[in-house]
Write a protein that binds this ligand. Structure first.
Ligand code: NAP
Length: 230
């Protein structure tokens, strides 16, 4: 059975991705503050602060020790923080870049010696990579950079048969922190399909891109937004 590693799998979108993949993969997740129930979720969980690149290496080492292989990496962990232009805090901005952009880089570097032909990386981006979020420009920039990095890695790893893609969610309501009704309504008005997304909507797209069914797809960013701001 293939082995998948999902970062930030203790809650929200990452949890839905991990649950979905667990149907036909052996799954390891990382968590930092949201401790999962391993037995209930049928996963292995690894506590890790991914802002530290050394931690990414120990996460991969643990997966290899436990499962002997690694086939799918879903870089889902992400940090959204306000970085307003008139009160710019470089420490906060760096933290956003560390988790959203540099951790996937460190994770891939650690995993590369173990990845074989057919391996698949899926990065969780955002529609905010192309639609700038108000007062969170560094978050948007981190996701735009993640999209470019996705394409760059697809190009560099194609010859090794490793695919690298991204999924860019629109507004997704996570059970741990649902958006206020008024905000949800605003998103719905701006969305062609007239509803806000569920974590499972994202998980389905990840499942496809991670699978052999997407064997000739690499370097793509698949938007999962219900047609947000079309
Ligand atoms: P969330 O519940 O806030 O999830 C964030 C995840 O990232 C958590 O699992 C968290 O782990 C992990 N994380 C944050 N900082 C970390 C660090 N330093 N080290 C390790 N893990 C860290 O939000 P979500 O909505 O599920 O977001 C998941 C991904 O989807 C993110 O990349 C986000 O940018 C993207 N996204 C979400 C939406 C949306 O509308 N929800 C839209 C577009 C894109 P702990 O909780 O264990 O600390």
């Amino acid at each position: 059975m293939k082995v998948a590693l999902v970062t930030g799998g203790g809650r929200g979108i990452g949890r839905a991705i991990a649950r979905d993949l667990a149907a036909d993969h052996r799954v390891a997740i990382t968590w930092r503050t949201s401790r999962p129930n391993e037995a209930a979720e049928a996963i292995t969980s690894i506590r890790a602060d991914l802002a530290d690149p050394q931690t990414c290496r120990s996460v991969v080492d643990r997966v290899i020790r436990e499962f002997g292989r690694l086939d799918v990496i879903v870089n889902n962990a992400g940090l959204v923080k306000p970085t307003p232009k008139d009160d710019f805090d470089v420490v906060t901005a760096r933290a956003v870049l560390d988790v959203n952009l540099l951790a996937p880089g460190a994770m891939l570097a650690a995993a590369l010696p173990h990845l074989e032909r057919g391996a698949s990386i899926v990065n969780i981006s955002s529609v905010n990579a192309v639609l700038p979020p108000r007062d969170a420009s560094i978050y948007g920039a981190s996701k735009a950079a993640l999209n470019l990095w996705t394409r760059a890695m697809a190009k560099e790893l194609g010859a090794r048969g490793i695919r690298v893609n991204a999924v860019a969610p629109g507004a997704i309501n996570i059970p741990e922190e649902p958006r206020p009704t008024e905000l949800t309504r605003l998103f719905e008005q701006d969305t062609a399909l007239g509803r806000i997304g569920a974590p499972e909507d994202v998980a389905q797209a990840v499942r496809f891109l991670a699978s052999d069914q997407a064997g000739f797809i690499t370097g793509e960013v698949l938007t999962v937004s219900g047609g947000y701001r079309l």
